[in-house]
Design a protein around this ligand. Sequence first.
Ligand code: PEP
Ligand code: MG
Length: 578
Amino acid sequence: MSYIQGMSFVIHGIGVSSGIAIGHAQLMAHAAFEVPHYDIEKNQLDAEVARFDSAMHGTRTELQELIDKVPAGAPPEFSAFLQLHLMILNDPTLAEEPRGLIRNERCNAEWALKQQMDTLVAEFEAIEDTYLRERRADVEQVVERVLKGLLGHNHATPRSAQGESILIAHDLSPADVVHFKQERFEAFLTDVGGVTSHTAILARSLNVPAVVSLRHARELIHDRDLLIVDGELGAVIVNPDREVLAEYRLRASELQIERRKLARLRTSPAKTFDGTPIELHANIELPGDIEQVQASGATGIGLFRSEFLFLDRNGLPSEDEQFVAYRQVAEDMRGAPVVIRTLDLGADKQLTGLTQQGDNPALGLRAIRLCLAEPQLFRTQLRAILRAARFGDIRLLIPMLSGVAEMRQTFAAIDEAKASLRRDGFPFRDDILIGGMVEVPATAIMLKPFLDALDFVSVGTNDLIQYTLAIDRTDGSVSHMYDPLHPAILQLISGVLKAGARAGKPVAVCGEMAGELRLTRLLLGLGLREFSMHPANVPAVKQRVLQTDLREAEALARRILNTTEPDRAAALLERLNA
Ligand code: PEP
Ligand code: MG
């Protein structure tokens, strides 16, 4: 996994956003946690101490697991580091003192732990011995782990980028990445994460290289180390020597030239070599992404992941606030289609107080299930979208539909939102188009009743792959099995496209597959005419579309569809892309 070359070494992970970045390491600040402080009722003190104990226990298990999994080639200090962290964690100053603080000050566990950390850090600072003084960082790292357990994933407030910085975190929540939209990091590295986790998707949306699942980057890299991140290879070169650095600088400038060339295609219409028009739309997370969409040449928004308006903030956005955001996107897109997906919270997008982690959040109360269980939340959003739809070509998209009854319930909720707007005298768009996402295998297999009732469908391949192949999209340890070319996936996509054509209803693909260059021709050959992807991918995909002969693509796609042999499929795909 990693090897030392004198001072310089390389760590490998999974590249989730390509490109090359050169900059200095900035470890996600340990003490920068914004720790909430609140009072605990007397009769809740036992429960709060138990919550603290359970977070400590969780961290202990996590560290022990890391120790057990130290790879053979890792530097010997690495094991020692983890052992030291375990020792610090088990020391009564951390394991016991905060329990007393919770009871005496009647405060929450996070606050008690932070108080204790501050006390310990102050003591370390007074120590003359440099080695011991440096152990302060270890205390902070240990406390950070426990705080993460206590706070869930949403609460780490990372600091800002300083100079040409590369951010390194154990993990980033989607909310963290939203926070970074305002920052300027050159690249993102995380120890955990899968290839289509929302964190990875967002890193791509920031348009900087990102590597996830590095496993031990946080332990191996120090603040201010010089790094080269190769997002294509999923490699991080720590403290590179001069030749390697020069080589990568050259490669980075070549990439920039290639990008500029592609940008010239911005205004050319997307059509295949033989003249079939293809829609290339963009996926966005926030209204501010529109600038990038316009620069990309995308002709519409195929997926607005509206839940990102709800992350990285205090409280829920009101109907008016949402209305303004949706209207802005519609107006900025000047009459081009804008598909707004209703809230897809849950799974890896947690919102404190609303979503439940559960044992299996991807299979739990997520997306439309959560919205139907929280009618007030859903109504507020639907009203905002219906009102904004008067200002452009806004369409509704319902995530994660899995049954016909659920779809009917959703229609009832939309009708009810319309009736309430009528009652309150708000103008809105009555004939808004309603689409559904095909991301649960059941829906893909039994699409007809959905197509009969809906105006269009959009295939969410990220979840469709996750649910069909039973592979957690956020889990780096099974990322290698996340295979868009799996025959079952291709059969499902082909079936959905055929069913859509039979029903005369448009079918789009808005999962990451739509932006993967090696799959463009295959999807065209299977019959896809509407792609929605991250805007950064639009120019290259457009170039590929322009160079595609549809008949040839169809013939090869049929052959790929008919094979269950992975090597054969790979060889055919290579031919298709030649
Ligand atoms: C998908 O599942 O493919 C999709 C587009 O939705 P998300 O990635 O937001 O779950
Ligand atoms: Mg999805």
